[in-house]
Design a protein around this ligand. Structure first.
Ligand code: ZN
Length: 292
């Protein structure tokens, strides 16, 4: 009997190595002030391309009924890719869905809000806590500080003001501030992101927040003149959250820097580890890199 159990155990170990233990990912969408019908396929394919993920999509159907019946099975997944904003009416999810979402992350589920997704649900305290920093949605100094990198360190800036802003779309450098984190380990210390909408002036509780990378928000492009967070993590309960403020639309998502940090961030949010190698076509400090 004991021998048979050992054989069984060896079989399971071997089969998980042979077929790869797939990470179960769920993309949520259906409402967004961005082109979610075009970006969800990009986000899905990027995860599938790693060979590490199986990806389902939960789309909120249109109209009041569609929202009322929106009940993704968050707890069946290791990571939720959030491509949803409460557009156009700032309507909350049903209370049951909100509670299931909070439980999911608190109990160790991974969460990856993409670009505008974190700006949803202003005033929903648990959501604001788990995304760490966000813009718009009525957020201001009561939501929490701005977080900026100044003179070699991160500061929490509590000055009054609105949250969320961007200048003109342009290409800009992303600077890694923590090269030892699993998501950023091995990436070039500075890399050029392709033309994109660059968020600045995000605010939030910023608890258990770690900023992995910043970008300089150039006043010549309508920005703040500050080094603003671009990639960051939040711990919420046992859950891991990775936020990527890049990726306004499908064209901007072709940047290899966006794709790779998204793929690595999703693996980290799901498992706490990153097994993916940095690809040879990763952008350099001066040259963006695009995958068609
Ligand atoms: Zn945008």
């Amino acid at each position: 009997m004991k021998y048979r159990l050992q054989v069984l155990a060896v079989f399971f170990v071997l089969s998980s190595v042979a077929y790869g233990a797939q990470i179960k990912a769920l993309i949520i969408d259906g409402r967004n002030n961005h082109q979610w019908k075009l970006t969800t396929p990009v986000l899905k394919k990027a995860l599938e391309d790693t060979g590490l993920f199986t990806v389902d999509v939960a789309t909120a159907e249109p109209g009041e009924e569609g929202l009322k019946n929106y009940r993704p099975k968050f707890s069946a997944y290791q990571v939720v890719i959030d491509n949803y904003t409460d557009y156009p009416k700032n309507e909350p999810w049903p209370a049951e869905t909100q509670a299931a979402f909070v439980d999911y992350v608190r109990n160790g589920g991974g969460l990856v809000p993409i670009h505008a997704a974190a700006s949803a649900f202003g005033g929903w305290k648990e959501f604001e806590e788990m995304v760490g920093l966000a813009g718009w949605g009525g957020r201001d100094e009561k939501t929490g500080p701005y977080v900026r990198f100044r003179d070699g360190q991160f500061v929490r800036d509590t000055q009054p003001g609105k949250a969320g802003h961007h200048g003109k779309q342009h290409a800009f450098q992303v600077t890694i501030r923590d090269p030892k984190h699993p998501i950023t380990r091995g990436l070039p210390p500075v890399w050029m992101h392709t033309t994109d909408e660059f968020y600045d002036s995000l605010r939030g509780p910023a608890n258990s927040l770690e900023v992995l990378a910043t970008g300089y928000s150039d006043t010549a492009q309508g920005g703040t003149g500050e080094n603003e967070p671009v990639l960051f993590t939040v711990r919420y309960g046992k859950g891991r959250v990775f936020q990527n403020v890049l990726g306004h639309g499908p064209e901007n998502m072709k940047c290899v820097g966006f794709l790779v940090t998204y793929q690595r961030g999703a693996e980290w949010a799901a498992t706490g580890r990153v097994t993916q190698k940095v690809p040879a076509d990763f952008p350099t400090a001066d040259k963006p890199s695009i995958r068609q």
